[in-house]
Design a protein around this ligand. Structure first.
Ligand code: UDP
Ligand code: MG
Length: 346
């Protein structure tokens, strides 16, 4: 997928600061274990890091737990949102606050193993800007969810202008320039997988087995997944708007043929009053199509409406930066980025 001539090995052997961004909503059951495993994984790599916890308006003890963890581990940055904004936006808030030159996005529930960060960094060293984790298995997910997910990815590949890799979540490593690029995309309707694909840059997949949740419950039900798919399609494709046109054309042609046939039939055989069922079928069918077409237009119109309000994506109640991030912020001169754009190369 990636043009390999764009990929050049990096001079630096490791990032100056690695930010691990973690959106969390009611994750009290898993947070401590998550912090422990992530800390161990990064200690094994001997890597300077910060964990950016984004508390997405949790109603349980998540915030208190984060504060407690932060006291024990100065490498934790805490971003507390003013309410629940949903995962995609919590993720954006975390990316905006992350100060690392390399950023990893990961779920709090340990479905994405933090031990994989080392493998991701290896690919980063080879020169890739985005290293995303691709699931080989989906433990603890129903057959129905797996099938519908597969169908959705296929549909997106057909409809969208950018190819969204199948079986990937948000678990990925990104270089600073990719996160900066993402930061420039301020649309309200954020289908992150689509945005990740849209920014481009050399990307690389690494495979892993996705575990079942360590504890707590998934926040996704089928209705939410349906809405996410709708988001994905309407944010990246206008094809559904055209469906109405083609369907309308088809129905119009059929109706015309049907009309011709009626005229011929009447001329040949006369016209006893008949055809009430035909009439009802035609009316019902056409009303259905018209309502669907209207609804589709409504989906897009609603999104246009939301974008025109130009509200901020989220509101932050407070940020408590990690020691590492504070150092990075006050560092003089500003951190050199080890990624040179082709123009800067000698
Ligand atoms: N999440 C969030 N805000 C929400 C819902 C979820 O920040 O409104 C976080 C959640 O805490 C977890 C991640 O998003 O860290 C993925 O959520 P979940 O495990 O429920 O999704 P799944 O793994 O089932 O796709
Ligand atoms: Mg999960």
């Amino acid at each position: 997928m990636t043009d390999t001539s764009m990929v050049r090995p990096r001079e630096a052997s490791k990032p100056r600061l690695l930010s691990v961004v973690v959106p969390a909503y009611n994750e009290q059951a898993v947070l401590e274990e998550f912090e422990r495993r992530t800390r161990d994984a990064l200690a094994a790599l001997n890597q300077t890091y910060e964990i950016v916890f984004v508390n997405d308006g949790s109603t349980d003890e998540t915030l208190a737990l984060m504060l407690r963890l932060r006291q024990a581990n100065p490498n934790i940055t805490l971003v507390n949102l003013s309410r629940n904004f949903g995962k995609e936006i919590a993720l954006t808030a975390g990316l905006d606050q992350a100060s690392g030159d390399v950023i990893v996005v990961i779920d709090a529930d340990l479905q994405d193993p933090p031990e994989l960060i080392g493998d991701m960094l290896e690919q980063w060293r080879l020169g890739y800007d985005v290293v995303y984790a691709q699931r080989l298995s989906r433990d603890g997910e129903s057959w129905f969810k797996q099938t519908t997910a597969a169908f959705f990815y296929r549909l997106m590949q057909k409809l969208g202008p950018v190819r969204i890799p199948a079986n990937t979540g948000d678990f990925r490593l990104m270089s600073r320039r990719v996160v900066d690029a993402l930061g420039g995309l301020r649309e309200q309707h954020r289908f992150m997988k689509g945005l990740f694909a849209w920014v481009g840059f050399p990307q690389k997949a690494i495979q892993y087995h996705r575990d079942a949740r360590f504890g707590g419950d998934s926040k996704w039900n089928y209705w939410k997944l349906w809405k996410l798919s709708l988001e994905g399609i309407t944010s990246f494709s206008t094809f559904p708007l055209q469906v109405a046109t083609y369907l309308g054309l088809l129905v119009a042609v059929l109706a015309f043929v049907f009309g011709l046939w009626t005229v011929v039939k009447t001329l040949l055989f006369g016209d006893p009053v008949q055809g009430f069922p035909t009439l009802m079928t035609a009316i019902a069918f056409l009303s259905g199509i018209q309502l669907v077409a209207l609804g589709l237009i409504g989906e897009y119109l609603g999104r246009v409406f939301n974008e025109t309000k130009r509200r901020p994506l989220y509101l932050i109640e407070r940020v408590e930066p990690s020691a590492a991030a504070q150092q990075q912020l006050t560092a003089e001169p500003p951190p050199l980025r080890d990624v040179k754009t082709p123009a800067q190369r000698p």
